[in-house]
Design a protein around this ligand. Structure first.
Ligand code: FMN
Length: 147
């Protein structure tokens, strides 16, 4: 039955990670279906609902300029990619103080999607559990079912 298949389908995770791979390692710990936005800027298209997980790269500047990496901006500049985003999770390093994980709130505001969670570096086991609980939330399943 198509309806029940859609209801059981896990929401996709789309993520970006630089060569330091912290976010990549966090996503690996989730053991969840995921797609990585390429580091080299190769464009990708996503055709289903997803949760975005991104690191923050302000570089410690006073202003928030650059908090969202250019690869993520390029991905979200695609209207279809943008329209399937259901929520955003961001990471960072608390050494950056007020700029900790600000990529999440910036994307949330721009796309009008919920800012769901923030974690530091590779995340702890508690972060992994918390994010898994968010991904398993009924609201994404219901959303898939409506499509
Ligand atoms: C140049 C540079 C700038 C960064 N700027 C920020 C920042 O503004 N806010 C923050 O929370 N973390 C900042 N970070 C920390 C990264 O977001 C953090 O290390 C993250 O885990 C990197 O993920 P990745 O390895 O998947 O790219 C910065 C790191 C670097 C190297």
């Amino acid at each position: 039955m198509i309806g029940s298949f859609k209801m059981d389908k896990k929401i996709l995770v789309v993520y970006f990670s630089t060569s330091s791979n912290n976010t990549h390692r966090f996503v690996q710990k989730l053991n969840w279906r995921s797609v990585r936005i390429p580091l080299d800027g190769t464009p990708i298209k996503v055709n289903e609902d997803y949760i975005l997980i991104v690191p923050t790269y302000c570089g410690g500047r006073l202003h928030m300029h650059g908090a969202v990496t250019k690869q993520v901006i390029q991905f979200l500049n695609d209207k279809d990619n943008r329209s399937y985003c259901r929520g955003v999770i961001s990471s960072g390093n608390t050494n950056f103080g007020d700029q900790f994980a600000v990529a999440g709130p910036i994307i949330s505001k721009k796309l009008h999607v919920p800012f769901l969670y923030q974690f530091e570096l590779l995340g702890t086991m508690e972060d992994v559990e918390n994010v898994l609980n968010i991904l398993k939330t009924e609201r994404w399943k219901q959303n898939n079912d409506e499509k």
